[in-house]
Design a protein around this ligand. Structure first.
Ligand SMILES: C[S@@+](CC[C@H](N)C(=O)[O-])C[C@H]1O[C@@H](n2cnc3c(N)ncnc32)[C@H](O)[C@@H]1O
Length: 477
């Protein structure tokens, strides 16, 4: 869209006279902010250029993007970023949403409907699939809005570590608790502090696996057994073809020669690919064996799958996964301060105060009252790595009454350690209104509800027909 040229070259005077910044053009406001131009580019040309640049990029710009504009040095870049951030923090636009005929005021848009998958799953977030994880934009927005920086952020239902990653990227300390040992492994890997030794070990593994990478013209028989024993776990023969099991075994054996964090790194990479390399049906979320090796994959265009002959290039897949993971973890380490505490804890949120003594922010999305069975969903990884969850510890797996009891206990634990804001991301239960009971128990634990935001879920992200939208309740102690 062409931007009208500035007609008045005295924006400061205009603001003094008009007394209303809304009456000035954006370019004029920018000119007031940056103050002066540079040799060969006056303040108006420069302002116009910067404003066009900002319009094209919907997000808060990075310093390096701004200084790449001719005439913008570090000082101007910092002025612009600070002004944009101040505006965002203080004066979000009020929007009104109509949900099922009820008008709800929301100060912000929490839908993030336009955020592409690449961004939602960018950085280290892609390391491992995890059902019911929230998109990083939610904790990011919450932390930006309610944190004063350098805070301690806690997620009592950490899952695969989305809150911890975001908190660290925004310069905060963080702790997360989860009963799922796989979730803890994933979170540890995503938030790992990398040093020279870790890079050397990852590179060594990459060299090792590159030399074994499958040649696509050859058949599966190209696999060379490095060990006779290809036993992975009890019953693994049903789940993995011999060549696949052998290669997975070789990879895990190789991993043993590295330090524990790199072993974890490799295991998480393998775990993410495991179901796709197994004989499990491609059209089922919970690993399920098809009745015979040749079956119809109902989820992906009704194609025929032949588990006996299909190409499963284990080494190539793991190689490309580990290469992507290495790039992302190095970037994460570059962007974050390694001195920040970032600690995933294997534990039970009902005993939160046993692990964490105090914090300034809590942001979490609890399991639902009919929660996912993570042990079943990730059955192959659990078996391969010898993991276990005690179902008694899992919130939401033992009926509605018990769910509310557990949530009440956890919220009173949060109240014990929190000095600040608590963000609860929870689906709207259109049938039984369970979400409202959770809000009531938060109030009973001593919290005051200070904000409510609505997040409209797309058809793909909606949990079920019963839950169409999510609420972000913000409490303060
Ligand atoms: C909706 S998921 C959270 C996902 C997370 N926000 C993320 O982005 O990955 C809920 C999590 O609560 C965990 N959970 C269930 N019962 C728990 C308990 N008693 N203590 C701690 N975590 C528990 C589950 O294992 C699951 O990872």
């Amino acid at each position: 869209m062409p931007v009208a040229k500035l007609t008045n070259n005295k924006p400061r005077e205009r603001l003094l006279t008009l007394k209303d910044p809304q009456k000035l053009k954006t370019e004029e406001l920018m000119a007031i902010l940056i103050g002066h131009g540079v040799k060969g580019r006056n303040v108006f040309d420069l302002s116009e250029y910067i404003v066009n640049f900002l319009r094209k990029n919907n997000e808060l710009p990075k310093i390096e993007d701004l200084v790449s504009i001719e005439g913008v040095g570090k000082v101007k870049a910092l002025q612009i970023i600070s002004a944009l951030e101040l505006g965002r923090r203080f004066y979000q636009e009020e929007t009104e949403k109509n949900i099922e005929g009820i008008k709800l005021k929301t100060k912000d848009d929490w839908d993030f409907a336009d955020v592409p998958l690449k961004v939602r799953q960018g950085g280290v977030h892609f390391f491992h699939h995890y059902t019911a994880k929230f998109i990083p934009q939610i904790p990011e927005k919450f932390i930006r809005k309610y944190s004063k920086g350098n805070d301690i952020v806690v997620d009592p239902f950490m899952g695969c570590g989305t809150t911890l990653i975001t908190a660290k990227l925004l310069g905060n300390h963080s702790y997360g608790v989860d009963t799922n040992p796989l979730a803890v492994k994933i979170s540890e890997t995503k938030t790992m502090v990398v040093n020279e030794r870790s890079v050397k070990e990852i590179d060594d593994f990459i060299r090792w696996i590159s030399s074994r990478r499958e040649n696509y013209n050859r058949t599966n028989s190209s696999y060379r057994a490095e060990e006779k024993d290809i036993f992975l776990f009890e019953g693994s023969k049903d789940w993995f073809r011999e060549d696949v099991a052998g290669k997975v075994k070789n990879i895990l054996n190789r991993a043993k020669s590295y330090s524990p964090d790199i072993q974890n790194f490799i295991k998480v990479g393998v775990s993410d690919l495991l179901k796709g390399m197994s004989n499990a049906r491609m059209d089922a979320n919970v690993p399920t064996l098809p009745p015979c090796p040749v079956y119809i994959d109902k989820k992906h265009y009704y194609r025929e799958v032949n588990n006996k002959t299909r190409n499963i290039p284990v080494y190539s897949r793991v190689l490309s996964q580990v290469l992507r993971m290495k790039r992302a973890i190095l970037e994460f380490n570059k962007e974050t301060d390694r001195r920040l505490i970032c600690k995933p804890i294997l534990g039970d949120a009902r005993e939160l105060s046993k692990y964490i003594k105090s914090c300034n922010l809590v942001i979490t999305s609890p399991p639902y009252w009919s929660a996912q069975n993570y042990q079943k969903l990730h059955m192959l990884s659990f078996k391969l790595f010898g993991l276990k969850i005690d179902e008694e510890d899992e919130v939401g797996r033992n009926g509605h009454g018990r769910y509310q009891e557990d949530m009440a206990k956890i919220q009173s634990e949060i109240a014990k350690i929190l000095k600040g804001y608590y963000g609860l991301v929870i689906g709207e239960d259109t049938r039984d209104q369970e979400h409202l009971r959770v809000v009531e128990s938060a109030k009973r634990a001593g919290f005051k509800l200070v904000d409510t935001f609505v997040r409209r879920l797309s058809n793909q992200t909606a949990f079920s027909k019963q839950i169409k939208d999510e609420f972000i309740y913000v409490f303060k102690i």
